[in-house]
Design a protein around this ligand. Structure first.
Ligand code: HEC
Length: 103
């Protein structure tokens, strides 16, 4: 392959890259799917298990306040301080609304 061919190939790939990045933009996960990650520890219905508190039926404002405290390491935690940093504000609001209602 000549240098011209290689440069042409790089040009094609370079031109195609932005289009690929646009179609691969992350989409928010459907609510039941992001809530799924919580059930392993908080129980299938979110009622808590040995060592984990219940999280259903919680007022959304309280849920978001606790979440903020976990993120800021202002609430005693073994694991939620780390988990809390993995979710965007929008996702936390979604989770708060979802778990406010008993499943
Ligand atoms: C690896 C286990 C684990 C997972 C996964 C997990 N949690 Fe927790 N969660 C805990 C534990 C343990 C606590 C108690 C605080 C601590 O020790 O970190 C807690 C505490 C909480 C609290 C505070 C409840 C209270 O009354 O103090 C909320 C709210 C909460 N979790 C929500 C969630 C949500 C929503 C998810 C899913 C995105 C989730 N947790 C995933 C283990 C987990």
């Amino acid at each position: 392959m000549s240098l011209v061919h290689i440069l042409a190939l790089v040009g094609v790939v370079g031109a195609a890259a932005p289009a690929v990045a646009q179609t691969a933009a992350p989409q928010p996960l459907p609510t039941p799917l992001i809530a799924q990650a919580c059930r392993g520890c908080h129980g299938q219905a979110g009622l808590g298990m040995e060592g984990t508190p219940a999280i259903v039926g919680m007022d959304p404002a309280t849920f978001q306040r606790l979440w903020g405290e976990f993120r800021a390491n202002q609430r005693p935690a073994t694991i939620m301080n780390r988990i809390a940093r993995g979710y965007s504000d929008q996702e936390v609001a979604t989770l708060a609304a979802y778990f406010a209602v008993r499943q």
